[in-house]
Structures are given as structure tokens and as C-alpha cells.
Design a protein around this ligand. Structure first.
Ligand SMILES: [Zn+2]
Length: 78
């Protein structure tokens, strides 16, 4: 069974909180499935609401809508 933990995802440019997200496993964060975003602090446009940096792109991954993270644009904390 997959274990989920809640992580917080921040903009790496200005440290703004972007998402609280249920992440599976311990691997590097490369995508956020939309249905696992617990709290969304953005305007839903995949840009940081503070510095307007685009941090992700919409993509279907394994048949599910997801936000694919642009590497280096965000960091995560448990
Ligand atoms: Zn930012």
C-alpha cells in the first residue's frame, strides 16, 4: 500500500507557499496530481501569485491531469 504524506511546496524564487500536497513515497518531486493538491494558494494558473514565475506545466501523467514541475522553480518541505 502506498503511503502518503503532506508536504508544502514553495516558490524557490520568493519562498511563497504554493500548495499543500499529498505526496506518495519519498522520491524527488517531479509532478503534482491535481486531485492530490490539498490546499492551493495560487490563482490556478501555475504561476507563483507573488513573483509570477511559472513553476509547472499542465500534463496528463498516467491518464491523470497533473502539474509537471519545472525543475528548480520550487522546493518542498514536509
Ligand atoms: Zn515566487
Amino acid at each position: 500500500m502506498t503511503k502518503f504524506k503532506t508536504i508544502k511546496i514553495y516558490c524557490s524564487q520568493c519562498n511563497t507557499l504554493l500548495y499543500k500536497y499529498y505526496k506518495a513515497g519519498n522520491g524527488h518531486l517531479v509532478k503534482c496530481y491535481k486531485d492530490r493538491i490539498k490546499d492551493d494558494y495560487t490563482n490556478g494558473d501555475l504561476k507563483c501569485p507573488n513573483c509570477k514565475s511559472q513553476f509547472a506545466r499542465e500534463k496528463m501523467i498516467h491518464g491523470k491531469p497533473a502539474n509537471k514541475i519545472v525543475q528548480g522553480k520550487v522546493y518542498a518541505k514536509s
